[in-house]
Design a protein around this ligand. Structure first.
Ligand code: CTP
Length: 133
């Protein structure tokens, strides 16, 4: 059985999230997703997520292509998570290209292209503008 692991915040779930998860799942038999904790999101992106880590986990684990989720507490623990979940493949978006090659002694590292023209930040900005009009 081939296990694939990937990571992200997945706040305000959108089609870019769904597509990378679907494509990740096609690289193996089981997809495990590390969902950034609320604290990690603040550290990484400088803002509180709209949806809590529990809500984001609930949404992601209920997608057909996802088998298991866990809360990612620290960016520094990628190697531990890969080992804990016995991952054979690590998938990251290509905005991170090359930056996870340090894990290539543990598993295959794959960078998948992001879906153009959509992001959580963009959706939040779009909704705020609607509210202001
Ligand atoms: N992703 C993607 N295509 C997009 C947006 C995100 O493939 N258009 C992928 C990212 O590369 C990552 C995963 O979805 O592997 C989770 O990304 P996340 O950072 O949670 O979403 P963003 O929309 O990029 O969020 P933000 O705008 O807050 O940076």
């Amino acid at each position: 059985m081939t296990t694939v692991i990937t990571f992200g915040t997945f706040d305000v779930l959108h089609v870019g999230h769904l597509r990378i998860l679907q494509r990740s799942s096609e690289l193996g038999d089981r997809l495990v997703v590390g969902v950034s904790s609320d604290a990690l999101n603040v550290a990484k992106k400088g803002r509180e997520p709209v949806f809590s880590q529990e809500e984001r986990c609930e949404l992601v684990v209920n997608l057909k292509c996802v088998d298991e989720v866990f809360v990612e507490e620290s960016l520094e623990l990628k190697r531990d998570y890969i080992q804990k979940y016995a991952a054979d493949v690590l998938v990251m978006g290509d905005d991170w290209a090359g930056r996870f090659d340090f894990a290539s002694d543990l598993c295959r590292v794959v960078y998948l292209p992001r879906t153009p023209s959509i992001s959580t930040t963009g959706v939040i900005e779009h909704i705020s503008k609607l509210g202001g009009s």
